[in-house]
Design a protein around this ligand. Sequence first.
Ligand SMILES: Cc1cc2nc3c(=O)[nH]c(=O)nc-3n(C[C@H](O)[C@H](O)[C@H](O)COP(=O)(O)OP(=O)(O)OC[C@H]3O[C@@H](n4cnc5c(N)ncnc54)[C@H](O)[C@@H]3O)c2cc1C
Length: 424
Amino acid sequence: MKQLLVLGAGTAGTMAVNKLRPRLPADEWAITIVDSKPEHVYQPGFLFIPFGTYRPEEIVKPKAQLITAGVDLVMGEVDIVKPDESVVVLADGRELAYDQLIIATGTHPRRDQTEGLDGESYGKTVHDFYTLEGATRLGEVLDSWEGGRLVLNIVEMPIKCRVAPLEFMFLADSFFAERGMRDKVELVYVTPLDGAFTKPVAAKYLGDMLEQRDIALETDFMTMEVDGERSMLVSYDDREVPFDLLVTVPVNMGADFVERSGLGDELNHVEVDKHTFLSDHHDNIFALGDASNIPASKAGSVAHFAVDVFVDNFLQHIHGHPMTHQFDGHANCFIESGHGKGLLIDFNYDVEPLPGKFPLPGIGPFSLLKETEANHWGKLMFKWTYWNVLLPGRDLPIAAQMSMAGKDLRAGNAASDPLVGASS
Ligand SMILES: Cc1cc2nc3c(=O)[nH]c(=O)nc-3n(C[C@H](O)[C@H](O)[C@H](O)COP(=O)(O)OP(=O)(O)OC[C@H]3O[C@@H](n4cnc5c(N)ncnc54)[C@H](O)[C@@H]3O)c2cc1C
């Protein structure tokens, strides 16, 4: 019996085992998936908790319910991978041997990486929404906040869901306006990027949206320290940004065992081929989802398209054939813009987000880079789609490879090069 071992039963790991189990003969392949936490959390829901749209219990389900029959779910913390022995050791000493290994342990916010961020102000004047606990506490604070200077700070890129911090600001603007207190709140968006977003066309659209909402944009800010006593963000080039309430998006890093196992880059993201997800160093190790260092967005939609491509490749690989399917970095994200509207962006490694239409049989088309109510409903529908279509491994009517159908290339021309690499 051969062993497929999957580390991490989050978005990517769950989709991978649920798609692979029916395609790997049960009398030849055993599949085991390991995770340290019993609950699966729908992370896109973190965005809505601070504003009271979702309650925490609405976005959590037991992992055991989400893993298909015929896959063993092992609860345990991965301590180290020993690639030379093809063995994974758990923190409690258990050893799991594998023939093929998939690392899908994601990337996670690390407050400990920035001076002052883990200090006494955390939970008082400093908050986050990239964890369930953080988003829940922030919701309690916002509910009774009387106004002041709210600063959102992205410490460093890459982070998972690059658009979530922008969405947070758009929703904050809408939330305070609906409470009749927008004039009592100053909103400031502090980013290490040189604009609102990474790529020129989307950066222009999203930057204009910040301006229209009177949200100040502080760019090129490389955060060195959060001085809790003075309620001040301090950058490496000695700039200072004061806050009354700081919403931080800390450095995101892969699991520590990735470093201990010699498999990762400086942020513990597993080094793999960006088209096939095969480790740069080992022929029987893959990394899927946020855990890998591929230069695509760290998003559930990317994990979904990636798993689609991966499954066909994996079946070729284990039969000793070359992998013929190439992942193109496809990402597809709804962006909440507040007041019941949203945008949609669709892009890949080579094509940046462009305006136009996104065709979707039966439901669409959705407008690209344009605020519409349909895009807001698309975002809210994504929760149902996540639990009922994506995680069980069912097919979505969206191809894994990005399509140029409906995209307006002239917008790209105006910004310079229509096909600016969208990957970083
Ligand atoms: C605020 C926010 C908003 C988002 N919005 C969107 C959105 O609108 N659209 C979108 O597509 N994506 C969005 N995302 C991103 C999306 O949630 C992630 O990209 C996706 O969940 C990544 O899946 P993954 O399987 O790689 O990692 P995860 O789903 O995080 O799973 C990793 C798993 O590994 C386990 N694990 C980690 N370390 C260990 C260890 N040492 N031992 C054992 N188990 C371990 C964890 O417990 C976890 O279950 C958002 C994320 C956030 C934070």
